[in-house]
Design a protein around this ligand. Structure first.
Ligand code: FES
Length: 107
């Protein structure tokens, strides 16, 4: 289990214990975190799991693949340099204590 904190656009934070190997999207939706929808169930086909990662987190992760980059073209909220799709980011001990910011809207 790895502790991850999701922070919504109002600054409200929810910390969850996420099983390693799950995606950030699974960790958020399984714990009722508002702000991530995950409409396609994690198959990189809806862009409703958009989130913002800090530079320090991005440096720990594999770069986004072509599918993810393509879907990031379709996010509803502002796309930023730290934009990722939460279904494509796996929870691992390297993310312990990570703070994941969520956009104001997903759809
Ligand atoms: S859950 Fe659909 S793209 Fe991530």
């Amino acid at each position: 289990m790895t502790q991850i904190t999701f922070i919504d656009h109002t600054g409200s934070a929810t910390t969850v214990d996420a099983p390693d190997g799950w995606s950030l999207m699974q960790a958020a939706t399984a714990n009722g975190v508002d702000g991530i929808v995950g409409e396609c169930g994690g198959s990189c086909a809806c862009a409703t799991c958009h989130c913002y990662l800090g530079e320090e987190l991005l440096a720990l992760l594999p770069a986004a693949g072509d599918n993810e980059l393509g879907m990031l073209e379709n996010v509803v909220a502002e796309r930023r340099s730290g934009s990722r799709l939460a279904c494509q980011v796996k929870v691992s001990p390297a993310l312990a204590g990570a703070q994941i910011r969520l956009p104001e809207c997903q759809e």
